[in-house]
Design a protein around this ligand. Sequence first.
Ligand code: AMP
Length: 220
Amino acid sequence: MRLILLGLPGAGKGTQAKVLADRHGLLHISTGDMFRQAAAEGTELGLRAQGFMSRGELVPDEVTIGMLLERVARPDAAAGIMLDGFPRTIPQAEALDRALADRGEQIDGVLYIQVPEQLLMSRLTGRWSCSKCGAIYHELTNSPAQTGVCDECGGELTQREDDRPDTVQARLNTNREWTEALARYYGAQAKLREIDGTGEPSEVTARLEAALPEAGKGVH
Ligand code: AMP
């Protein structure tokens, strides 16, 4: 089974990708994780990717496509893959389709986790961390006893630059553009399934399970 998870930042894509990959024996491939690892190891690929990542821009297709295709061609991907963060452009999607078709394979399903914009905003902007000890809080799920004050050490809670509402809004806007384009691309292939991403993570997992292509059901 070869699956793609689509969803805007904050939709819970990474969390769900891990759970589903574990349950179904799929290799979880996150191009973001691959780039971060390469950057941490200081490889040539990592150095090329680093500048784009730190500016919040997409790494160019010629770098990203080569890296991803090499990864999915390895033996440990043969049993099935769960792609998370790839494709992000139509040329990436087309290159993946072509490479799979050359081997007589294909993408079996694309699961699009949908969460209303307002909820995404509150999930993404609700994070605060302690300026003294680094403890992390969230307005929705893990709020401190006293607003703005760390439960652990009494330090002041501050918000990260990229968690501020205007930054988050900009990130959502650019992501929405390419996510919708990909949804149309896979919709035209009748592979797209839209999943309600609100509620508890376990509820979302159950909806995703119910939407898996027939071939993948019942495998645990
Ligand atoms: P992520 O963890 O998926 O948000 O990815 C982190 C960063 O890695 C992104 O902001 C991009 O700079 C880069 N990246 C990850 N996946 C891709 C992709 N499919 N195409 C281009 N850039 C990517």
